[in-house]
Ligand binder design. Structure first.
Ligand code: IMP
Length: 413
């Protein structure tokens, strides 16, 4: 029986999804992105070579694997082209492997300008967005005035739809935010040029996925960002503008909800967050600094330093429920190597985290490939997380490379 698996970040993003998607891609025929845009930064390390993917699914490096960008994604044609060129220059046949939904929403330069202008206007209340135009692009989609990838197919239709949109956004930019407007002609010409290269990749993702399903093929659905950044269930308003939770895998790709078999939640052994917003277990001391340094916690897209803190089991219990997470992949365990004790937030009292303290481990867990190779206290830490969340640990990632991984459960049976 084929297995269709959703992979999600269970925290505030940056849990290390890219590596795991790439690893599991060895067993699937297709990888699908279903939400977000080029705000994502999925880092893959293969033979010491680092590749950062933003829009293109993390399965793209594999031969015989089809990659799809679903209708739920906001697609910046220029960002896509840049990423395609980068990969093609490394010899990855992107045009052969990648297909894009006709119904994906276009993210245009107006959205980027608006995102930046809004953040500036919010001042100290800024969300800390990636500045990629994600929010404004989703706003246009929901307001039913947005452009879709299918609009690239015909120049006249594109011009007809783009012109009033450009007028509307330029009015906002100039008169509300007092910043420069963008030339319609330039945006249109650029879009036409880039559009020519994207057109051949457009497809009806719904029917392509149905065909794969009929052929009994395994499919992976690759989430971007993390559950706590979900527009409905996250730390609103300090969230991204899409649903990052499991339900979006269905709505953002057109693959019906009952066709999924497993939801893998990726969590770091601790917690990080970039941008503003609540983070109750955040550390402002030497421990937090050490996590940031050892974990190299800088945004892969924006290079901003990430905030660090202890594992929040209370928040994660809720995330497990919202996403029906079946099992866990725990990443970056080695960052906690050498801590005398490690803490897990197990309750809140009047909004203040209460911690359970476990003995740490002094040995290195970096690159360990068998669970028995982990120090006993590290094993106990993982077991306690599993117990608190009431789901199994399926995978432990002990380093950035594909083979620095402990597999406890073969998700494809
Ligand atoms: P936006 O998605 O650019 O609108 O940013 C909204 C919030 O989501 C900000 O706090 C960003 O830092 C955060 N965010 C967006 N994408 C990612 C990601 O891939 N990893 C981590 N945080 C992200």
């Amino acid at each position: 029986m084929a297995r269709n698996i959703i992979i999600l970040g269970a925290q505030w993003g940056d849990e290390g999804k890219g590596k795991i998607v790439d690893l599991l891609t060895q067993k699937v025929s297709a990888v699908v992105r279903f939400q977000g845009g080029h705000n994502a930064g999925h880092t893959l390390v293969i033979d010491d070579d680092k590749i950062i993917l933003r829009l293109i699914p993390s399965g793209i490096l594999h031969d015989n694997v089809r990659c799809f960008i679903g209708n739920g994604v906001v697609l910046s044609p220029s960002a896509l082209l840049e990423e395609m060129d980068e990969l093609e220059a490394r010899g990855v046949p992107v045009k052969k492997r990648l297909r894009i939904s006709y119904a994906s929403s276009l993210l245009l330069p107006y959205h980027v300008a608006l995102d930046k202008a809004r953040e500036l206007a919010r001042g100290s209340d800024a969300i800390g967005t990636t500045g990629r135009g994600i929010g404004p692009a989703y706003e246009d989609k929901v307001a039913r005035r947005g452009l879709r990838a299918s609009d690239l197919l015909d120049a006249n239709t594109l011009a007809e739809k783009l012109e009033p949109l450009a007028e509307y956004h330029n009015f906002m930019l100039q008169n509300y935010y007092g910043v420069e407007s963008l030339s319609f002609k330039k945006v249109f010409d650029d879009l036409m040029q880039v559009g020519e290269k994207i057109k051949p990749l457009l497809t009806d993702v719904v029917m392509d996925l149905k065909q794969l399903q009929d052929d009994n093929k395994n499919i992976l659905f690759e989430g971007a960002q993390g559950a706590l950044l979900d527009i409905d269930h996250g730390t609103y308003p300090f969230v991204t503008s899409s649903n990052t939770t499991a339900g979006a895998a269905s709505t953002g790709s057109g693959f019906g909800p009952l066709y999924f078999d497993y939801v893998l939640g990726i969590i770091k052994a601790y917690t990080t967050r970039v941008g503003s917003g609540p983070f109750p277990t955040e550390l402002h001391d030497a421990f937090g600094k050490r996590m940031a340094e050892r974990g190299n916690e800088f945004g892969s897209v924006t290079k901003r330093p990430r905030r660090c803190g202890w594992f929040d089991a209370v928040a994660m219990q809720r995330v497990v429920q919202i996403n029906s997470i079946s099992g866990l992949c725990i990443t970056k365990l080695d960052v906690l190597d050498g801590f005398e004790t490690v803490k897990i937030c197990v309750a809140y009292e009047n909004g203040v985290p209460t911690y359970e303290e476990l003995p740490g481990w002094s040995e290195s867990t970096y690159g360990v490939k068998e669970i028995s190779g982990l120090p006993v206290n590290a094993q106990n830490y993982l077991a306690r997380l599993s117990e608190l969340l009431e789901i199994p640990v399926d995978i432990v990632s002990t380093g950035p490379d594909r083979n620095e991984t402990i597999i406890l459960n073969d998700l494809f049976g």
